[in-house]
Design a protein around this ligand. Structure first.
Ligand code: AMP
Ligand code: MG
Length: 508
């Protein structure tokens, strides 16, 4: 079948398109359309055969019920057996909007639509195109998300096309959706009403309106083997092709752990995907990093989540790591979807980070124009098991200078360069818990220790390696002296690598 794709402007809706889309639905066909949550795959909700087509197009298990979309409150009565007391209050506040309520169904709703259940899920969307389409179709449009079952829900018409082109009659392209996550589902058949799926309407918002609401416990405990009450919640959902793992800790720990995981993959010649935020993006140096939004406004994260998950399918990666988000407000829905996309695979950041005795190494020489920069560059070119920031500083640097020309000549012979190096003075700033300071001379170490009154993390290279090789200072000497220093430093670098790697393996 050829899928018609029609672009509609929300602010200037072309009625003829709505009418023809409505007719397709009345005739038992399928039309994908935008809602404020995600794109829906519409069918006539009162037509058993249309429901079957919906399941077939999505490849969705038929025990996974559809949500019936209405455009007017008065439409509710005909499809539910009874209207519980709180309904009106909730509808008044949250409809139209991203909230689905579950009621006992009436006779006219076919079991095909409800996945065989005696209850029916109903929502009144706020999107203008959705509302006009529902009215044009006769008032009752069943609409699951318009994606292939198991994949991330569609937040653009292109996502729908990627999944369903050729399988449905029509796609209405109304641009990107506003919220990006599916509706909150609230079961009205129990007292107090129970949230079966978190969404943009949070438990707090509902409680403010109606007092106590319950939350399906299986949602809170990801290790639960109990069946969730919303049938759809039991399937792996929203999943990208690559294996997704959620990394948990403080934001700093998460960044450090993901950096390490990305670095380990890089050592093996692989790239990982990373789900990062505005706040963290800059800290990743390996891997394919996608910015999902800002932590200062989690709505941006909700809106981008599915399209980021989909975008990763275009990348050559076998694994994705994601930071975690606070389980508050819409963060609850974000983590719920992320966990389902990850098939509940989570790891703790702390054990990875705790193995990192140091994260930065600073070589300190006299002027930071020869020995320090050479040592730093040699170490940077080693495949250490952990990623370090490696730098050099000088005890006496009055103004920034480029590297000594003889040092550069020797580096060139080893196919390295220090062309971009500029000398910098050592300062108290280098004395941090995660920074290893290595001096070339014993007296440099002692000077730092006494001047800044430090007790830890500052060593001469000899001390640190427990090695008594005398490291010559080639300054002012012929090129051969630089060559000798370079060879010696190469040998010491190997020892440094072993020592640093022993920390990563958990040694001391
Ligand atoms: P989707 O349309 O893709 O957002 O999926 C609709 C989801 O709503 C289903 O997967 C179910 O989890 C839930 N749902 C729909 N109808 C019912 C119902 N009668 N009882 C419980 N959950 C329902
Ligand atoms: Mg869905």
């Amino acid at each position: 079948m050829e899928t018609i794709i029609s672009t509609i402007d929300k602010n200037n809706i072309d009625e003829s398109i709505i009418l023809s889309a409505g007719q397709i639905l009345k005739d038992g066909g399928l039309v994908a359309f935008p809602t404020e949550t995600v794109y829906g795959l519409g069918a006539n909700a009162l037509d058993e055969e249309a429901a079957k087509k919906t399941y077939a197009a999505k490849g969705r298990p038929s025990d996974n019920p559809l949500i019936v979309h209405i455009a007017e409150l008065k439409a509710l009565e005909a499809i539910v057996a009874e209207v519980p007391d709180l309904t009106e209050k909730i509808a008044k506040r949250f409809w139209p909007g991203p909230l689905t309520m579950i009621f006992k169904k009436s006779q006219i709703v076919p079991y095909g639509t409800t996945g065989g259940l005696d209850t029916v899920a109903v929502r009144m969307p706020s999107d203008k195109i959705a509302r006009e389409l529902i009215l044009a179709a006769g008032g009752y449009v069943s609409a699951p998300s318009a994606n292939t079952s198991g994949r991330p829900s569609p937040t653009t018409a292109q996502h729908v096309k990627d999944d369903l082109d050729g399988k449905i009659e029509m796609i209405l392209d109304g641009g990107s959706v506003e919220i990006g996550l599916e509706s909150t589902i609230l079961d009205m058949t129990v007292t107090p009403p129970m949230i079966l799926r978190p969404g943009a309407i949070t438990a707090d918002m509902l409680e403010e309106e109606i007092g106590e609401v319950a939350v399906d416990q299986t949602l809170l405990d990801s290790s639960s083997t109990q069946r969730p009450k919303a049938p759809g919640m039991k399937y792996r959902h929203y999943a990208p092709d690559a294996k997704l793992t959620i990394v948990e800790g403080t934001l700093k720990e998460e960044i450090l752990a993901i950096r390490q995981l990305a670095y380990e993959a890089y050592l093996q010649g692989r790239q990982v995907g990373i789900i990062a935020t505005n706040e963290s993006e800059q800290y990743y140096s390996h891997g394919i990093v996608k910015n999902i939004g800002t932590r200062e406004n989690e709505k941006t994260i909700a809106r981008n989540l599915y399209s980021v998950l989909r975008d990763f399918n275009e990348e050559d990666i076998s694994e994705i790591y994601s930071e975690s988000f606070a389980v508050q407000g819409i963060g609850n829905a974000i983590m719920n979807r992320l966990e389902k996309a990850a098939g509940h695979i989570r790891i703790k950041a702390a054990p990875i980070v705790e193995k990192q005795k140091y994260r930065r190494i600073v070589f300190v020489s006299q002027s930071d124009t020869s020995r320090g920069p050479v040592a730093a560059e040699l170490l940077r070119n080693e495949k250490l098991k952990q990623e370090y920031v490696i730098e050099s500083r000088g005890m006496v640097v009055l103004f920034p200078e480029p590297v000594n020309q003889k040092a550069e000549a020797i580096m060139k012979s080893g196919k390295l360069t220090l062309q971009n190096h500029v000398s910098k003075a050592f300062s108290e700033e280098e004395l941090k818990d995660d920074t290893l300071v290595l001096t070339f001379e014993q007296n440099q170490k002692e000077k730092i220790v006494s001047e800044y009154n430090v007790t830890e993390n500052v060593y001469s290279i000899n001390e640190f390696l427990d090695d008594d090789t005398e490291i010559p200072n080639p300054y002012g000497q012929p090129l051969t002296a630089y060559g000798e220093f370079y060879e010696m430093m190469k040998a010491l670098t190997k020892k440094l690598v072993d020592k640093l790697n022993s920390f990563t393996e958990g040694g001391k």
